[in-house]
Design a protein around this ligand. Structure first.
Ligand code: GRF
Length: 204
């Protein structure tokens, strides 16, 4: 499995997918190549973005399969056909089962719009605003069997401003995501991220 052969998984808008595709085009993913988009929502805007970027897409509806495991088995078969070595979740709104997790252990990463372990799960930006924190941010982490619980690879802070709304804060958080995710994906694609228990190190 080559770290440089990347599949991005997304369910919605796909603005992070677009930022990654643009980074690749601009030569900022190092040796990393986005070989495939996987989406569980064929009608999602991200599918159109993949088409525009000329990136092949595997678009499957989970409800067309008898179980979550059979849905994921179909994905794993395609990933193996394409020799994918790194899975990058970018707004993929499903928990992953061992069918995908086991063959790709330590090779799946996610981006989450808070400083984990604060505000895991859905609506992290709304949760942070409701809690009243002054600082929130973005986390890129390895994926394990839990909800946003895997080892942290990188984090960036975003300040909460007086009068912020979910929309305003989300806009600033997204901008940070578009810078951070390509940087981390590049390091992963180049085999520079080391994992030791829960601790990660990005080698220069
Ligand atoms: C991002 O905020 C990401 O942190 C979260 O889902 C959102 C996806 O947005 N996991 P987009 O589909 O990339 O626009």
């Amino acid at each position: 499995m080559q770290w440089s052969r990347i599949a991005v998984f997304a369910s919605g808008q796909g603005s992070n997918f677009a930022a990654l595709a643009e980074a690749e085009r601009a030569g900022q993913l190092g040796g990393g190549r986005i070989e495939l988009l996987v989406s569980d929502r064929p009608e999602a805007p991200v599918a159109k973005r993949a088409e525009e970027a000329g990136i092949p897409a595997l678009l499957l509806r989970p409800k067309d399969f008898a179980s979550r495991e059979l849905y994921e088995a179909e994905i794993v078969a395609e990933l193996q056909r394409r020799d994918i070595g790194l899975i990058v979740l970018a707004g993929y709104m499903r928990l992953i089962t061992p069918v995908l997790l086991t063959p790709y252990a330590g090779r799946i990463v996610n981006i989450h719009p808070s400083l984990l372990p604060a505000f895991a799960g859905k609506d992290a930006i709304g949760q942070a605003l409701d809690y009243g924190v002054k600082l929130t941010g973005v986390t890129v982490h390895f994926v394990d069997g839990g909800m946003d619980t895997g080892p942290v690879i990188a984090q960036r802070c975003v300040a909460v401003e007086p009068g912020d709304t979910v929309e305003l804060l989300a806009e600033r958080i997204h901008k940070v995501e578009y810078g951070l995710y390509p940087e981390v994906v590049r390091a992963l694609a180049e085999g520079k991220v080391e994992l030791d228990g829960r601790k990660t190190v990005i080698r220069e």
